[in-house]
Unconditional design. Structure first.
Length: 387
């Protein structure tokens, strides 16, 4: 592969930036197109759940050291079901890992990645560039974009769509299968009476799963999912009423909840690109697959996409972006992506209904799961490294 073969990456968020940095470390040039101004996301306080494997990727890029002071380690994951004694606990030290994962703000990650991107002249970052159309032929891909009212286009042996799916509708040959859950996720930050002790809680209720992730010294990031008609009203109730309702669902494990920050909701869906013939164009991250946040898999799967694609680009002895190369990449990623989607969907379906008898089955399942060490080891490996 020649250094002159510039790769165009549509989407300058974390997945796009990680890909460009992995390529730069291998002396491969790329152009990043980002719709927003560079650095616009640096103050975004939304929480990201990073797997231990994602930490390893960020270490490889040399930026974990800068991120570590902003990250809260998850050393234990406590899984329980409302109204049942069944529960399971995962401890990092049982799997020879420093942590099972980390919670970090989206902004802190973007700030570190943006700073690192600036260190590489071979990465051209074009901000405020809105991709208008992406087309592909037997020889190359063409990306047309609008920047400050001026239309431009870039041709490349390989265009990578990493923009979270915003440009999908205009791309010929790309179709996705989508499953709408009819559920919303509410995200916010809460403060509890008791310290979190680096424990993350996964709580399954009849209305839907909720996750409470340690974030900062005393706070938790909350992801509360459920049917739209149950979640939507939680935006407008008072803080006191919200905390009362949340406590009723979550229980007393961390004492009373003392305060809640701004609340936001978004609809939940599971979607995946259909396999299609798109030479010289590849889709990664949320643009390729969108998962329910119950298992915290989506973002981490996207970074593994970037890592594997960078390796295929650097090691390919065949035509860059050609059918053979992209088929090899897709085959490499298929199992991890499929398992992430299936695992997530399974959790949502089995833990989000109150059919008679299912509740007792779930309770027994959680208790049994806690005793079967190989199954737990497999789950930790899947959550950490996608294996």
């Amino acid at each position: 592969m020649h250094q002159s073969e510039n790769i165009v990456i549509v989407g300058g968020g974390p997945v796009g930036m990680v890909l460009s940095l992995l390529l730069a470390k291998k002396n491969i040039a790329s152009t990043l197109l980002e719709a927003r101004k560079q650095g616009a996301a640096n103050q975004d306080t939304r929480a990201l759940a990073l797997s231990f494997g994602t930490r390893k990727i960020l270490e490889k890029l040399g930026i974990w050291q800068a991120l570590a002071p902003h990250a809260t380690a998850i050393n234990t994951i406590h899984v329980s079901q409302k109204g049942s004694m069944g529960r399971s606990v995962l401890h990092a030290h049982d799997y020879n890992q420093e942590a099972l994962g980390y919670v970090l703000s989206y902004g802190a990650l973007c700030a570190a990645l943006n700073a690192e991107v600036m260190q590489f002249p071979m990465i051209q970052f074009i901000d405020e560039a809105q991709a208008e159309a992406i087309t592909h032929s037997a020889t190359c891909a063409t990306v047309r974009y609008n920047r400050h009212g001026e239309l431009s286009q870039l041709e490349s042996a390989l265009a990578v769509l990493a923009d979270g799916g915003r440009s999908l509708e205009e791309v010929p040959g790309l179709k996705r299968d989508t499953k709408e859950y009819g559920h919303d996720a509410l995200i916010t930050k809460v403060r509890a009476e008791l310290p979190h002790n680096n424990i993350a809680y996964e709580r399954f209720t009849a209305n839907g799963p909720m996750a409470l992730l340690p974030n900062g010294e005393r706070d938790f990031s909350l992801v509360w999912t459920g049917k739209k008609e149950l979640i939507a009203p939680l935006l407008s109730v008072s803080d006191t009423e919200f905390l009362t309702q949340f406590h009723a669902q979550f229980g007393d494990r961390v004492g009373r909840f003392l305060s809640v920050e701004k609340r936001m909701t978004f609809p939940l869906k599971l979607s995946q690109l259909q396999e299609g013939d798109t030479p010289h164009l590849v889709v990664i991250g949320n643009a390729a697959q969108t998962m329910h946040p119950v298992a915290g898999q989506g973002f981490n799967v996207g970074l593994r996409d970037a890592e594997v694609l960078a390796r295929h680009i650097a090691d390919t002895a065949i035509e860059l972006g050609g059918q053979a190369m992209l088929a090899a990449y897709r085959a490499n990623r298929k199992t991890d992506t499929k398992n992430g989607l299936l695992f997530t969907d399974f959790l949502v379906n089995i833990f989000s209904n109150d059919i008679l008898g299912i509740s007792a089955l779930r309770s027994a399942g959680l208790g049994l799961f806690d005793l079967v060490k190989p199954v737990k080891r497999h789950l930790v490996s899947k959550m950490s490294f996608g294996k």
